[in-house]
Design a protein around this ligand. Sequence first.
Ligand code: ADE
Length: 246
Amino acid sequence: MQIDVVTLFPEMFQSPFSIGIFKRAIEHELISINLHNIRDYAHDKHRTVDDYPYGGGAGMVLKPEPIFEAVESIKSDIPQKQGGGVLPVILLTPQGRPFSQQVAMELAKYSHLVLICGHYEGVDERVREYLATDEISIGDYVLSGGELAAMVVVDAVVRLLPGVLGSEVSSANDSHTHGLLEYPQYTRPAVYRGWSVPEVLLSGNHAQIARWRSEQAIRRTMERRPELLDKANLYSEEVQLVDRLK
Ligand code: ADE
């Protein structure tokens, strides 16, 4: 997957993208991440990227020209043979559709993503209307820019790509993948400061362990995020368990 990030602060991405799963994924050529500085597409000698809002009001608004030209330059570098599919151009904004594991799985199907990080009081509306194909919010709070949101989206998407995590199953049991929170995990020692690992996990009985985990995931979800249960994809035994626990 190719990921192009259009941002005023490319240096913010340097450290997160050079460690952990990103480092591995880049080295193994599973992803390539290109950072584009909006300022490089400014027209004047002061490299102006923002301006006062028409109609007045506090704060500055990101100008459309540098953002359009940055994205157009990315598009012009796409080899013709790949030109057929739609290229998602995603604007990170608190006004976007809520990001979720479902949205991450949807984005993981593309071979190329473009992310635009907004800043200041906002982005000229013509960027939303005529350039972005999608708008994503990572939560109901306002960040000072779209960079951290872009990192969240890229992290959640990249870890779903085949080969990025150590083993293919490691993202399959994640919290939210099936609409439930994850069951509790333990590792050695079996007793730590007097606190024991649940007996069943030491039993070696795989069917029992699977049943325990499924019950724990349901209990946890009921206790912490009951609203998730209504949307979850449950097996019939899980539905019965929910009814019993209720
Ligand atoms: N930019 C500022 N706040 C944001 C948010 N919550 N999600 C996505 N982009 C943002």
